[in-house]
Structure formats: structure tokens, C-alpha cells
Design a protein around this ligand. Structure first.
Ligand SMILES: [Mg+2]
Length: 205
């Protein structure tokens, strides 16, 4: 693998948990936020919020909010994991479904928290790609850039399906997962943490 690109949200930083906490503060909910986080994969899945008149607007604001994204903490140990992997397989940059308007915020965040960024691009979702089509956009990008970019580390459960549809031959490290319906040793590799990526690279060398 010549190089590896990284997703950001829920791969390097616990973005969805942060969205849960922000929306819980803004919209309230009878249950504690930690219980919502434990029981729902996405904020859009909380029934009481689906029917909440302000949910759509508040969630959209969060998705595009620079202050929110600047405040996110990195997942503990993620910088070290990225740098350790980088010493073996160079980092190609970052590929994120975040809107392009957050590019500068993201680059400052990566620099502030000590991720490799100075010489690397952070590709953000262009204005003409809808948020719901982000996985298809990422998949097209990865197919086009293979083999120069040989793989991605991404928490998305849906991205592997988009890549499989396109016959992608790179590696997909499915971060935060112990298993996945498409998993195989060669292309789709569930990685409970980012450290598992380097383990896999060493094993398959
Ligand atoms: Mg993600």
C-alpha cells in the first residue's frame, strides 16, 4: 500500500457523541444523553428528535458550525496511531464528508492536535455533493486515486458497500468495528481502534 487516507469524524474525533450532547442541551430529552448515545447510532435515529420541530434546523446548524468542529477533542491515542502508521505507510491526507466551508477549521484542528497536516490535503465534500451522497463521493474519489492512495481508515459502515459496488481493490480499515458483513483479510478490515491498522499492515507485509 503506497499511502493511506483518513476519515475524520468518528475516526479521529468522536463527532457524533458531541452532536448528541449539543442537541441534548438544545432540544432536551427525557433520557440522559449517555443512554441516547448507547442506544442510537446517529442523532437522526432518536424518535423524539425526529418529530421535534427544531431538530432539522439545529442539526443542520451543527453540521456546518465552525465553532462546534473546532472544539472537538481528538480520540485518545489517535495522533500517535496515525504517526506510527505513517512511519510505515505514508499518510495521503484526509477525506471527510464535512462541507468544504469547514476546510480551514479542520486544517487548524489537525495542526493544533498534532496530526500530520503541513504538507497534506484535507479533502472536504464539495458544494455540489449532497450530505446523503457523501459515501458515494468518497468511493468515487478512492477508486480514481487508487493505487496512489492505497486505502482508507473510516468508521463508516456504509462506505465499504459503496466501494464493493465499484470493485475497489484498495484496503478499507473499518475503524471502531470488531466485525463487518463484508469483512475479509485482504480488503475490508474491521479495526476496533486505529492501532489495529498498523498491526494489520505488519501482518500482511
Ligand atoms: Mg466518519
Amino acid at each position: 500500500m503506497r499511502s493511506l487516507i483518513y476519515d475524520i469524524d468518528n475516526t479521529l474525533t468522536p463527532t457524533t457523541k458531541h452532536y448528541f450532547r449539543e442537541l441534548h442541551r438544545l432540544l432536551k430529552h427525557p433520557k440522559p444523553v449517555e443512554e441516547l448515545i448507547a442506544n442510537h447510532e446517529l442523532v437522526e435515529h432518536v424518535p423524539e428528535w425526529q418529530s421535534h420541530p427544531q431538530f432539522g434546523e439545529e442539526f443542520q446548524k451543527l453540521l456546518y458550525c465552525g465553532v462546534t468542529h473546532a472544539q472537538l477533542p481528538p480520540i485518545e491515542g489517535s495522533q500517535a496511531a496515525v504517526w506510527n502508521t505513517h512511519s510505515r505507510t505514508p499518510t495521503a491526507g484526509y477525506l471527510t464528508a464535512r462541507p468544504h466551508t469547514l476546510t480551514e477549521v479542520t486544517e487548524i484542528w489537525l495542526r493544533t492536535h498534532g496530526f500530520p497536516i503541513e504538507w497534506l490535503p484535507a479533502y472536504h465534500r464539495p458544494a455540489d455533493v449532497d450530505a446523503k451522497d457523501a459515501n458515494a463521493w468518497k468511493a468515487d474519489f478512492l477508486v480514481e486515486r487508487f493505487p496512489e492512495i492505497g486505502g482508507i481508515a473510516d468508521d463508516s459502515r456504509g462506505l465499504p458497500r459503496e466501494l464493493k459496488k465499484r470493485g475497489y481493490r484498495g484496503k478499507v480499515f473499518i475503524v471502531g468495528s470488531a466485525e463487518h458483513p463484508l469483512q475479509d483479510e485482504e480488503h475490508y478490515i474491521p479495526c476496533p481502534t486505529l492501532d489495529h491498522i498498523l498491526d494489520h499492515i505488519k501482518r500482511s507485509a
